[in-house]
Design a protein around this ligand. Structure first.
Ligand SMILES: [Zn+2]
Length: 384
């Protein structure tokens, strides 16, 4: 539990106000910096220096370079446009539906609250008793991978982090647009300073002048470029291994997973034992078996440390956020596939290690079956 999760209601209100204020101030600073960069790049460099240099420039041998000016202006405008488009799309989802979990009644305790539809899943992240995880501050259940955000004072689905620079929460709904924003932001900030540096060197050489606004552009773009490039590679790498930033910080821990189990029809055969692969693996760590009041039976497994239960392989991990086509990867329109939680197997896909764990248990319990495995096999048959 983080420090913020132990804090008082007053402290939480203060965190919330500070978070909301910073999510307004930081974007305003960025918009101001973009405005300044646009003035210097488009007007001072492209129009005033390259497209139609003043008589003073011409008398020093600086002639118009219309082709260069138009090419630079076109690329700059295109990059600004795509940066703004991805940013606005991200803000739209931040303000409308980033994946915020509804608040429960302040007096409700977990034994009184229904599972918020989580009973439909074959498997979910659970506590030691086999219940979904509970948030004391929201008074509601936490879906898999949800985390309580102190700035919003709410649980958010697949929360990555709260980013004042982007203008709000990075979660399952906004992660894709955040990655695109960083990618195009990295291209934009890199492109903005290189022509300035080249023509600044020319001006110093030919005219001996050192315009302050051109010089100011270099550290300004440089700082934002380092920030955007670093964040892009970090975020993209985390997504390729299917970890959010929060999960990366918690890496190494174990996960409790409750899996629905049913009694096997005595007439059906249990899966054939593959002694080689079975015996070569450790026995699954089962914390307990639970029978709920409605008769549903759950087996609560615990993963080994460092096992990522959501790792589906690099490409599939990226597809769950970025989309299933190249257009979806680069254009900020369609939402990520992972916001769809209709699959009864789980709220997100389960890794091979999780399925192996269930398979090993099933082989030791020939009279029982884990519904996650039956539905996985059925899904494969349907897709083949
Ligand atoms: Zn919460």
């Amino acid at each position: 539990m983080s420090v913020s999760e132990k804090s008082s209601p007053e402290r939480r209100t203060l965190d919330q106000k500070m978070g909301q204020l910073s999510a307004v101030m930081m974007p305003l600073i960025e918009i101001g910096a973009m405005g300044f960069a646009t003035y210097v790049f488009l007007y001072s460099l492209c129009i005033d220096y390259l497209l139609s240099p003043s008589p003073d420039y011409r008398s020093r041998g600086i002639s118009p370079r219309r082709g260069t000016a138009i090419a630079l202006m076109s690329i700059y405008c295109l990059l600004v446009l795509i940066v703004l488009l991805t940013w606005l799309r991200m803000l739209q989802v931040i303000w409308t539906n980033p994946g915020i979990i509804p608040l429960g009644h302040p007096d409700s305790e977990k034994q009184d609250v229904s599972w918020m539809g989580m009973e439909k899943y074959d498997a979910f992240i659970s506590d030691y008793e086999g219940n979904p995880q509970w948030c004391d501050k929201c008074h509601n259940w936490k879906p898999d991978r949800a985390h309580h955000c102190r700035e919003l004072n709410r649980c958010v689905r697949r929360m990555d982090h709260y980013c004042p620079w982007a203008g709000g929460i990075i979660s399952e709904g906004t992660h894709k647009f955040f990655i695109q924003f960083l990618f195009y932001g990295a291209l934009y900030t890199t492109f903005s300073w290189i022509p300035i540096a080249i023509f600044l060197a020319e001006r110093i050489r030919v005219m001996g002048s050192k315009p302050g606004v051109w010089i100011a552009m270099l550290p300004l773009c440089g700082i934002f470029m380092i920030f955007a490039v670093t964040m892009f590679f970090m975020t993209f790498w985390n997504q390729s291994i299917n970890y959010t930033t929060i999960e990366t910080l918690q890496r190494g821990g174990v996960h409790n997973i409750a899996m629905l189990a049913t009694r096997r029809d005595p007439n059906t055969q249990s899966p054939r034992r593959n002694s080689l692969s079975h015996n070569s693996r450790e026995k699954p760590n089962v914390l307990r078996e639970v029978i709920r009041s409605d008769g549903r039976e759950y087996v609560v497994f615990q993963t080994q440390p460092f096992v990522n239960p959501w790792d589906l392989g690099s490409m599939e991990n990226l597809r769950t956020i970025m989309g299933n086509s190249i257009l979806q990867w680069f254009l900020p329109f369609q939402m990520s596939p992972c916001i769809n939680h209709d699959d009864v197997k789980g709220q997100y896909g389960w890794s091979r290690e999780v399925l192996d764990m269930a398979r090993d248990w099933e082989r030791d319990h020939p009279d029982r079956r884990i519904t996650l495995l039956s539905n996985t096999r059925r899904g494969r048959r349907r897709s083949s």
